[in-house]
Design a protein around this ligand. Structure first.
Ligand SMILES: *Cc1c(COP(=O)(O)O)cnc(C)c1O
Length: 436
């Protein structure tokens, strides 16, 4: 019988529990700190921003956290997500490596972000928090939260980085289609936004600035919560469904753990989501997968940042997080079209990197898009500009294997679809893309 090209799971195979790597780390990750006292954060400190269900997950040391039945039922709209063997890509490369990819682009908004948006909306709704505020860069997270909140009858108020609000209108339209209100950041609607505009006139905006606005707005409104699409522990926990499914699917392909796992890293959530279940195998001594975080050279927090406590936003309103950071006032070069612009990296990913449990590389944007185009032409899927960074890392490894005559198993996390990133592809194809 011919070998399969992709493996599906049944709906019953959607994980019943999220995986929390904190239970398995050899050393405990540093706690978040209160921005005023610099003491470890107490659960109550977050009550103005998050519902207790999510606060408990943020501090949880339990290995398995049950996924509420209602959330699993909504996950069925797009999960389990397929795992593909990239046979046509292997043939196009003429590589001796075996390449697999887990594709998250079939979700309602075309990325992994819905995996966390739905439970975040759910836990808020349980506690009667019917308005959510958030930030978004390219609009992937904002559209995921816009989709999730309307399921539970909540309203959604999104601050979008001004540069992308103006330059990439389609995801704003998607957010509005799902019923969200979208405001370019920095805006006049908040004190933080007005102060940032006074300090940085004509700023293109940044995720850190938009976070400040969304946090301020949520803190002012007792019926509102703030929602973050990456970085925090509870988001990382939600994304573990990706890797838990991929483990089962690789097994169905007859593979044990991959030799290499490549995923792109902005705030770290899709990387953690696919990688931490495999890292658990490494820690337990059952596997030795090399996990490689692929970040953009234009926002290289792991490879160039410092490991220290820093704010999650640009105005110092969020808790202090121990992470690899470029500084909370970091604004990436506006020529950078590849997404992944955040100044810091998820504390759990940062801890794993600091402990030597994963590796990181920085990829320039032309190399990323070149890899994305090769992938698209072979596999028929145009990957999200973010995902292109992971593909670039994987293709380099496949080429190295071919030269060395080895046949490693390479797993790529393809975090989303690039259908709304086509202007960036077009810029690349026309030869006009500057190399940031
Ligand atoms: C948001 C996003 C990312 C970056 O965020 P992480 O938290 O690092 O995963 C990567 N890929 C896609 C498709 C995204 O939407």
């Amino acid at each position: 019988m011919a070998e399969p090209t992709k493996v599906f799971l049944d709906e019953d195979d959607i994980p019943t529990h999220w995986y929390n790597i904190v239970a398995d780390f050899p050393t405990a990750p540093p706690p978040h700190l209160h921005p005023g006292t610099k003491e470890p954060l107490q659960p109550g400190d977050l009550a103005a921003l998050f519902p207790t269900g999510l606060i408990a997950q943020e501090a949880s040391v339990e290995r398995w956290i049950e996924i509420p039945e209602k959330v699993r039922e909504i996950y069925k709209l797009w999960r389990p997500a397929p795992l593909h063997r990239a046979r046509r890509l292997e043939a196009a490369l003429g590589t001796t490596a075996k390449i697999y990819y887990k594709y998250e682009g079939e979700s309602p908004v075309g990325s992994h972000k819905t995996n966390s948006a739905v439970p975040q909306a759910y836990y808020n709704a349980l506690e009667g928090r019917m308005r959510l505020t958030t930030e978004t860069g390219a609009g992937q997270w904002g559209s995921a939260l816009a989709f999730a909140t309307q399921i539970f009858g909540q309203t959604c108020d999104v601050w979008q980085v001004r540069n992308t609000y103006e330059g990439k209108p389609y995801r704003r339209m998607l957010m509005e289609t799902f019923g969200a209100t979208v405001t370019p950041s920095p805006s006049d609607r908040t004190e933080a936004g007005r102060a940032l505009q006074a300090r940085f006139p004509d700023t293109p905006g940044s995720l850190g600035m938009a976070i400040s606005e969304a946090v301020e707005e949520a803190a002012k409104d007792p019926g509102a919560s703030y929602a973050l699409g990456s970085v925090l522990n509870h988001v990382v926990v939600h994304q573990s469904v990706i890797g838990l499914e991929a483990l089962k699917q690789l097994d169905k392909f007859g593979e044990k753990a991959p030799d290499f796992l490549f995923a792109c890293a902005g705030g770290g959530s899709n990387l953690a989501g696919i990688a931490f279940p495999f890292l658990r195998e490494n820690i337990a001594g059952r596997a030795s997968t090399r996990i490689v975080a692929c970040e953009p050279a234009a926002a290289p927090s792991l490879t160039q940042g410092e490991y220290r406590y820093d704010f999650g936003d640009a105005s110092g309103m969020t808790p202090l997080l121990k992470m690899y950071t470029l500084g909370s006032e970091f604004v990436p070069d506006p020529v950078h079209a590849g997404g992944l612009r955040y100044h810091g990296m998820a504390p759990l990913v940062s801890h794993a990197y600091h402990e030597g449990l994963l590796e990181a590389i920085a990829v320039k944007q032309r190399a990323a898009f070149a890899a994305g185009v090769e992938f698209a032409r072979a596999e028929g899927i145009v990957p999200a500009s973010e995902s292109c960074h992971a593909i670039a890392g994987a293709l380099d490894e496949a080429r190295r294997a071919t030269v060395e005559g080895t046949s490693p198993v390479i797993l790529i996390g393809v975090s989303g679809s690039g259908q709304l990133d086509l202007p960036a592809y077009s810029e690349f194809l026309s030869g006009n893309m500057l190399d940031a």
